[in-house]
Ligand binder design. Structure first.
Ligand SMILES: *[C@@H]1O[C@H](CO)[C@@H](O)[C@H](O)[C@H]1NC(C)=O
Ligand SMILES: *[C@@H]1O[C@H](CO)[C@@H](O)[C@H](O)[C@H]1NC(C)=O
Ligand SMILES: *[C@@H]1O[C@H](CO)[C@@H](O)[C@H](O)[C@H]1NC(C)=O
Ligand SMILES: *[C@@H]1O[C@H](CO)[C@@H](O)[C@H](O)[C@H]1NC(C)=O
Ligand SMILES: *[C@@H]1O[C@H](CO)[C@@H](O)[C@H](O)[C@H]1NC(C)=O
Ligand SMILES: *[C@@H]1O[C@H](CO)[C@@H](O)[C@H](O)[C@H]1NC(C)=O
Length: 319
């Protein structure tokens, strides 16, 4: 796990933080991924249908009359091909810190922000079957751009400058503390679905709003809830649509983050790497109360794990 984490972090820095690098993914690879991301449409649709049905069941039980989304909402029609096939090798970023990723679904620890229930489905795009009991691992910054375990690093200082100030390189250990907020891991259920309770992330310098995600198989959890060992089969980032970000970032406490301008999806280099050829790394959202996203959101995304690149990754790690 640790070797992999470092490898992934290093690769992310090369492709993500260096100023607007050329994309290194070949066109045949892009085509292959495009085919993969589309071939499971009907399985994704079936999976989403079950998730919506389950959600509405829960709502019915909670009995609050203001929660009135029905299964047949028109929105449902648009998520049928909403599969995000994450590539495994570009985007874990410098703030990956497995030591602070603990087994829990509610990762808020009191961080203020718009409530966010994030429903993540995991599907093997080779077989179009859901992947049960794989560990989903998420981490993201707080409403003003700070990551736990790195809270002494300014979210407003460009990364290259930060490294210079610290006299460090991108592969050095940059962590500053042992805080764990907004980090968590939880396995998928028998239908390949897991869920986290968090807040909508804020932003930090040079990056659009995003949530880091990894998927692990054959995992072993320590007594303190962190991963002792695993095979990481997918690494990527999830995003929100620009209109949603714009609306939510106008709210407290996000709106207090005025030291830097927010980077948007279209100019974010990592978004550009992921949102290609049929990938859809944007989380589909609905208001938690059925009415206003400013009161909280539910997000749905299906991550397609690509077994072929998984094998490739395992091979490359042997070198
Ligand atoms: C429904 O939600 C409102 C507002 O949050 C709350 O005051 C009320 O107690 C809830 N009712 C039920 C039955 O949960
Ligand atoms: C999703 O499917 C709909 C209907 O089949 C189609 O119109 C749309 O272009 C598809 N979107 C993507 C991103 O493939
Ligand atoms: C869990 O234990 C590992 C190994 O001893 C340690 O490195 C890590 O910091 C601990 N994490 C938490 C959150 O307790
Ligand atoms: C985000 O975390 C940093 C570092 O812990 C903290 O100073 C800041 O107040 C937090 N932001 C909010 C909105 O609470
Ligand atoms: C920066 O770090 C390197 C390697 O640890 C060290 O040799 C060098 O003296 C440091 N420079 C400054 C200015 O601290
Ligand atoms: C944000 O962008 C505006 C418009 O380009 C510019 O005037 C302003 O100085 C920027 N603010 C910061 C903090 O960079």
């Amino acid at each position: 796990m640790h070797g992999l984490a470092l490898l992934v972090a290093g690769a992310a820095l090369l492709s993500g933080v260096a100023a607007h690098p050329e994309h290194e993914i070949s066109s045949s690879e892009l085509n292959r991924r495009s085919v993969l991301s589309r071939r499971c449409e009907s399985s994704v649709a079936a999976m989403n249908k079950r998730r919506w049905a389950k959600r509405n069941e829960k709502r019915a039980v909670s009995g609050n009359a203001t929660w009135n989304i029905v299964t047949e909402s028109p929105y449902y029609e648009t998520i049928q091909n909403d599969t995000c096939v994450l590539s495994e090798d570009i985007t874990a970023g410098p703030y990956i810190w497995p030591q602070s990723q603990t087994l829990r679904q509610d990762i808020r620890e009191g961080e203020p922000g718009v409530p966010f229930i994030l429903d993540i489905g995991v599907l093997d795009v080779e077989t179009c079957e859901p992947l049960p009991d794989v560990l989903v691992d998420i981490w993201h910054c707080n409403a003003t751009g700070s990551y736990s375990s790195f809270t002494a690093l300014s979210p407003n200082t460009p990364f290259e400058q930060l490294l210079k100030e610290l006299n460090k390189t991108a592969t050095d250990d940059l962590h500053t503390d042992t805080t764990t907020f907004l980090r968590g891991i939880w396995p998928t259920n028998s239908e390949g679905i897991t869920e986290f309770t968090t807040i909508v992330p804020g932003f930090y310098v040079e990056r659009t709003l995003h949530i880091h995600v990894q998927v692990h198989e054959n995992y072993v959890i320590r007594g303190n809830g962190t991963v002792a060992s695993s095979n990481t089969i997918s690494t990527g980032q999830l995003f929100l649509a620009e209109d949603v970000s714009q609306q939510l970032m106008a709210l407290e406490p996000y709106v207090t983050h005025t030291q830097i301008n927010r980077t948007t999806n279209v100019v974010d280099s990592i978004y550009a790497d992921q949102a290609v050829n049929g990938y859809d790394p944007i989380v589909s959202i609905e208001p938690l109360d059925g009415e206003n996203i400013e009161n909280g959101i539910i997000g749905y995304i299906t991550i397609g794990v690509d077994s072929a690149s998984k094998k490739k990754l395992k091979r490359s790690l042997k070198h």
